[in-house]
Design a protein around this ligand. Structure first.
Ligand code: K1U
Ligand code: ZN
Length: 177
């Protein structure tokens, strides 16, 4: 398993719409393993493939409490089938927007259909942090970030801050040979 570098705001890659996965093959299983390793290392509770530069519709998450056993989950080609009328406000963060957190209102419950790593279809009824995390990650697959739910003023401030940080940051090392 490999820890992959994370794509950070304002990289335009984060705004790409990811394409569906056609086959759950070894390459997809290896990417899922790498994504879980990258998420646990960060640490985070979710990760979409586009955050490691792979524009495919796959996300991983683990919302287990610290004192519980790990519960890694993989969702391939996820689709939200239903959203509750009731909403919840959760503080959200994003591994692509490090050290910035803000409250976001979303449907409190969702039903999500997806394919698992075993290639079989699954339907998950989610509430609480699982519902929030699934919606946050599915947004990534559509090029949407949680800062898009904030006021324009707040969003522009965050983007400006990360543009400045990107200018000051040395470019990533390139492989040669
Ligand atoms: O998609 C991502 O960038 C991951 C993101 C997921 C998420 C967090 C909160 C609400 C919705 C979605 C994160 O994991 S940010 C880091 C984080 O929340 C966390 C880090 C360490 C311990 C517990 C949580
Ligand atoms: Zn995110």
């Amino acid at each position: 398993m490999t820890i992959r570098p994370l794509i950070i705001l304002p990289d335009p890659v984060l705004r790409q719409v990811s394409r569906p996965v056609e086959r759950v093959d070894d390459a997809v299983r290896k990417l899922a393993d790498d994504m879980l390793e990258t998420m646990y290392d960060a640490p985070g509770i979710g990760l979409a493939a586009i955050q490691v530069g792979e524009p495919i519709r796959m996300l991983v998450l683990d919302v287990a409490d610290k004192d519980e056993a790990k519960n890694p989950q993989v969702f391939i080609n996820p689709e939200i089938l239903t959203r509750s009328q009731e909403t919840n406000v959760h503080e959200e963060g994003c591994l692509s927007i490090p050290d910035y957190y803000a409250e976001v209102e979303r449907p409190a419950g969702v039903t999500v259909k997806a394919i698992g790593l075993d290639g079989k279809e699954k339907v998950v009824e989610a509430d609480g942090i699982l519902a929030t995390c699934l919606q946050h990650e599915i947004d990534h697959l559509n090029g949407v970030l949680f800062i898009d739910y904030l006021s324009k003023l707040k969003r522009d401030m965050v983007v400006r801050r990360f543009r400045k940080l990107a200018k000051d940051r040395p470019p990533p090392a390139r492989m040669v040979g």
